[in-house]
Design a protein around this ligand. Sequence first.
Ligand code: PLP
Length: 388
Amino acid sequence: MGCETMNILHAAAQQGDTPDGLRKEFFSHVPDRLWNDWRWQMRNRVRTVEQLSQYLPLSHEQQEQLSFVTAKYPLSITPYYLCLMNPEDPDDPIRRQAVPAIEETALCGFGNEDPLAEAELSPVPGLVHRYPDRALIITSNICPVHCRHCNRKRQWRQGPWIQTDRALAPMLDYIKNTPHIRDVILSGGDPLTFATGRLERIISALRNIAHVEIIRIGTRYPVTLPQRITVELCAMLTKYGPIWVNTHFNHPRELTPEAAAACQRLLRAGMPVNNQCVLLRGVNDTLEVQEALCRGLLKINVRPYYLFHTDDVQGTEHLRTPVEAGIAIMAGLRGTVSGLGLPTYVVDLPGGGGKVPLQPDYLISGSDSEYIFRNHKGKICRYRNPSG
Ligand SMILES: *Cc1c(COP(=O)(O)O)cnc(C)c1O
């Protein structure tokens, strides 16, 4: 192992000071060989409230409520991700992202099933084409962990599916016949749920289309099941670059040595790893948490790319914050965190309007001769505007 990798793992071990109580208490009989096998983790996901109650203290009433919720929005948690939770804390930020909450159904009057109108923007089923140069493929609806804030929650109740070759063929044809598509995003569900061989067939088919310049993989495996990022997977992906990986860390406690090592394997195989964080109430809606997350990501060579305002998705109202919360966080990050660690805060507009960046107002006024700015400390500064 290289020195740099050691440093990164060491940094991750320091920041991801997660309570490992659950692993010791419930999984000490599982040998590391199995624990580190992503297929074992997938097979042993927590899928029912009854199973969950073995690990977390849940009252009888809570169990009944959660069963009601999971009938609409099923539950799935890998043992690895479960063990990042502090079982004593009902407001634990990892728990809030993965354990169902009664508000998912109680507040279902808010929001929309498909706020981004993905169904309308699909020229062929499964492919979303919103920007001229970019196309997004929904590869499956399967993820190791069902994030409670998922903006494709509507697809969970269909039961697990993965796109067949027959369903993928028209998507590939569409991309082939649309020469202005330069960037294809594999999304989901999680595209790394595919067996590596099957994923290779899709990626190599995309690589054979001359106008497809880059391929992106949107995956939360580095966070929820980092063991999936095997040497074998990376060796396959490295053949088809440029591939960019976008992942989804939301809290510094997710930056474990395992997660850092997974990102490191991707980076060494030539894939830049960028982070798409979602601003979530009670998870990461404070400056302190965002600062720790952004700094922590830089320490493992992952670039904060987007901070998403939570979409107006039915069943996620309890996790949403006002837009101002995100702007205030961005104001606090500017000037205190390396510019490399500053994500772009975006709202994804309903109806497929697209992503709009938001930031504090630094420009107070401007004229032909002078601009007036407010800097990150609130100081007003004048700037001479050269004549045009
Ligand atoms: C977010 C998104 C993209 C990619 O947007 P970038 O700003 O390039 O990251 C592409 N297509 C769809 C449908 C999207 O939602």
